[in-house]
Design a protein around this ligand. Structure first.
Ligand code: HEC
Ligand code: HEC
Ligand code: HEC
Ligand code: HEC
Length: 165
């Protein structure tokens, strides 16, 4: 075939093109991001997180990842490009950057120096998410933000050294 065929979308009256799953909870039409300074960011973000979603599909709808992808802070910005990890079919190579518990707050603070939130809201969320914890020193950002932790693990690395456990 030498002539390229018209896609379904280009045919008048045809069904929509099978390019993008409109039901996917991605960032294509995300409302409330008018302040986003980067035009065309959705495409870029898809290109960036796509390789990770191949295996981490459950992170497509995860709030922490979504909030950041909308501002062009993708998986790679926080975990590194992780080429060896994503190409390892045996799943024994860790990603470039992991976060031991005491590394989480410093990493978040690099971009979020302040936390201008009314105390009442903070306490409410605290009570919702971990009512049993009473020591403020032991709480990290991701205790309150996102649903970013794996419920089930098949592989585990030491988050500091990357050693397979
Ligand atoms: C804003 C920075 C940031 C972004 C963006 C981000 N992560 Fe993370 N990720 C973290 C931090 C911090 C932790 C550690 C969270 C914790 O232990 O509470 C983490 C932990 C994880 C974990 C391990 C969870 C566990 O239970 O040990 C996986 C898997 C992961 N991220 C995958 C992803 C994927 C896939 C993306 C993109 C879709 C992504 N992350 C985007 C910061 C980020
Ligand atoms: C590379 C910079 C960067 C890092 C690191 C980072 N963030 Fe963000 N974060 C952003 C940007 C940019 C936005 C979107 C702009 C905004 O709403 O402030 C954002 C948005 C957010 C929001 C949504 C704010 C809102 O108004 O809805 C939360 C919550 C958040 N980040 C928490 C975290 C946490 C928790 C971490 C550590 C795991 C983290 N961020 C690490 C840059 C970063
Ligand atoms: C005890 C719970 C709790 C912890 C811990 C917590 N936050 Fe928040 N955070 C909140 C609440 C509640 C809001 C307000 C959300 C809303 O208005 O719906 C918020 C809002 C935010 C926002 C958006 C508003 C703003 O100030 O820009 C960012 C960004 C953020 N948090 C980052 C962080 C980071 C980074 C850490 C760790 C250093 C952290 N949070 C720790 C409860 C928490
Ligand atoms: C070939 C499949 C595959 C791809 C592609 C992939 N991962 Fe993973 N990743 C895994 C597996 C398997 C685990 C272990 C999770 C488990 O136990 O279920 C993991 C775990 C992780 C963790 C958790 C590390 C920790 O703290 O323990 C992070 C972070 C992570 N991946 C980031 C990424 C990022 C970022 C990308 C894209 C650049 C990516 N992954 C692409 C398979 C993959």
């Amino acid at each position: 075939m030498s002539e390229p065929e018209l896609s379904q979308a280009e045919k008048p009256g045809g069904p929509p093109a099978l390019v993008i799953d409109q039901d996917a909870p991605l960032l294509l039409d995300e409302p409330g991001r008018a302040e986003n300074p980067l035009p065309g960011v959705a495409t870029k973000v898809l290109a960036e997180n796509g390789p990770c979603f191949v295996c981490h599909a459950n992170y497509q709808a995860e709030p922490l990842a979504k909030q950041h992808a909308g501002s062009d802070v993708g998986c790679v910005a926080c975990h590194g490009p992780s080429y060896a990890h994503r190409n390892d079919e045996n799943n024994t190579t860790p990603p470039d950057v992991m976060y031991p518990r005491n590394g989480i707050d410093p990493a978040c603070r690099k971009c979020h120096a302040s936390h201008d939130v009314p105390a009442g809201k903070i306490v409410t969320l605290w009570l919702q998410r971990f009512p049993d914890k009473t020591d403020a020193q032991s709480i990290v950002c991701t205790d309150c933000h996102g649903d970013h932790r794996l419920k089930v693990r098949t592989v585990r690395w030491d988050k500091k050294t990357g050693k397979l456990l």
